[in-house]
Design a protein around this ligand. Structure first.
Ligand SMILES: NC(=O)c1ccc[n+]([C@@H]2O[C@H](COP(=O)([O-])OP(=O)(O)OC[C@H]3O[C@@H](n4cnc5c(N)ncnc54)[C@H](O)[C@@H]3O)[C@@H](O)[C@H]2O)c1
Length: 266
């Protein structure tokens, strides 16, 4: 599939780590020119250098997605650098644990800023530049935490739910501009974000039991879906929320009857 993105320019936020970095590798491997941003300036510059030591095809910059003007300047820099813009992957994100009554309000605002407001900034900056390039694709990283509730993740659930529904609005508002807008909804994926959770053997055991596929996912398994959504293979996919979760959200959350009734067989 090499060359699927030949001549295309792809912007990725949160590109220094995890899903963003895996997606950068995937697009680079398929011929894209990249413009990568992350709060971790050193990390994102190191990734760009590893992907393209010449610096011609892959560029990177420090970026704080909480800064609306900064996001706009970063998006314009992709055009200045590579001459056009075809794909925008709004991916940077953070988490915070807390039920509504005890969540630190600062943590609430941080999560809404980084996970939701940033996607608004990314979309508002992307639309006119994608239009100027004759159309393109926006992919927003939502989550299964945007389609369902999690115990103790009030802010994260609110932000990701917002990302999902705003994705639908942008999708219908700009379909006639030739812009397809979709969301990817990862389940539990092994990255720096989830490392503290996955370090617990007790939690891993619960994951192995509750994820129908019996394992957490890899960042590359999200990257391949993002690349699909960005590609012409998805030419009629618009406003979709693609769940990539090993089957977690296909389960009602009721008792595992098979495990209970045939104890020991699952
Ligand atoms: N890992 C999972 O299980 C999972 C599941 C569902 C959704 N997601 C979402 O996937 C996205 C990527 O997460 P990940 O798992 O790869 O985590 P990660 O921590 O490995 O990567 C996130 C990146 O975002 C960057 N970032 C954080 N705040 C930023 C800011 N203000 N400005 C710019 N960059 C910033 C970080 O420096 C980091 O490089 C996030 O939106 C996350 O909510 C992850």
């Amino acid at each position: 599939m090499a060359g699927r993105f030949d001549g295309k320019v792809v912007l990725i936020t949160g590109a220094a780590s995890g899903i963003g970095a895996a997606t950068a590798r995937r697009f680079a491997g398929e011929g894209a020119r990249l413009w990568l941003g992350d709060l971790d300036e050193e990390g994102v510059e190191a990734l760009a250098k590893a992907l393209d030591p010449s610096g011609e095809r892959v560029g990177a910059q420090g970026l704080d997605v909480r800064d609306m003007d900064g996001v706009d300047a970063f998006t314009q820099a992709a055009v200045d650098r590579h001459g056009r813009l075809d794909v925008v992957f709004n991916n940077a994100g953070i988490g915070a644990y807390g039920q509504v009554q005890d969540l630190d309000p600062k943590a609430w605002h941080d999560v809404i800023d980084v996970d939701l407001n940033s996607v608004y900034y990314g979309c508002r900056s992307a639309v006119p530049r994608l239009k100027a390039s004759g159309g393109g694709a926006i992919i927003n990283t939502a989550s299964i935490s945007g389609t369902h509730g999690d115990y103790g993740l009030a802010a994260y659930n609110a932000a990701k739910g917002g990302v999902l529904n705003m994705t639908r609005t942008v999708a219908i508002d700009h379909a006639r501009d030739g812009i397809r807008t979709n969301a990817v909804c990862p389940g539990p994926i092994e990255t720096a974000l989830t490392a503290p959770l996955l370090a617990s053997e007790e939690l891993m055991q619960v994951y192995r039991e509750n994820i129908p596929m019996g394992r957490v996912g890899r960042a590359e398994e999200i990257a391949s879906v993002v690349a699909f959504l960005a590609s012409d293979d998805a030419s009629y996919v618009n406003g979709a929320a693609i769940v990539v979760d090993g089957g977690v959200t296909s389960w009602t959350g009721q008792n595992n009857f098979t495990r209970v009734l045939e104890s020991g067989s699952r």
